[in-house]
Design a protein around this ligand. Structure first.
Ligand code: FES
Length: 107
């Protein structure tokens, strides 16, 4: 099962085994990781699952689709170069070792 590491804004590090076919957001919510709100439940309609993908991992990701691109304009913390919506990051074996950094607020 792919391991995903979540780093809080306070630099707390948690590495979780996340099932293939779920999402980086679901991995956080299912394991009570603070910092992901996910108000819309994963439908790319709230931008409260914003994460900053570690620069070393960006090549592991699928490109941003138009609806994700649009919602990234509504994040509570300023969008950065490697910002993504974690609900749109489907977990595959290719994401093993992914690290995401959580913003200090989602709302
Ligand atoms: Fe709402 Fe990701 S959970 S946009």
């Amino acid at each position: 099962m792919p391991k995903i590491t979540y780093v809080s804004a306070a630099q707390a590090v948690q590495t979780i085994d996340v099932p293939v076919g779920t999402s980086v957001m679901r991995g956080a919510v299912s394991n009570d990781i603070d910092g992901i709100v996910a108000r819309c439940g994963g439908n790319a309609q709230c931008a409260t699952c914003h994460v900053f993908v570690d620069p070393t991992n960006v090549d592991q990701l699928e490109p941003i689709r138009p609806n994700e691109e649009e919602m990234l304009e509504f994040t509570a913390c300023t969008r950065e170069e490697h910002s993504r919506l974690s609900c749109q990051l489907e977990v595959t074996e290719a994401l093993d070792g992914l690290t995401v950094h959580l913003p200090d607020r989602q709302i």
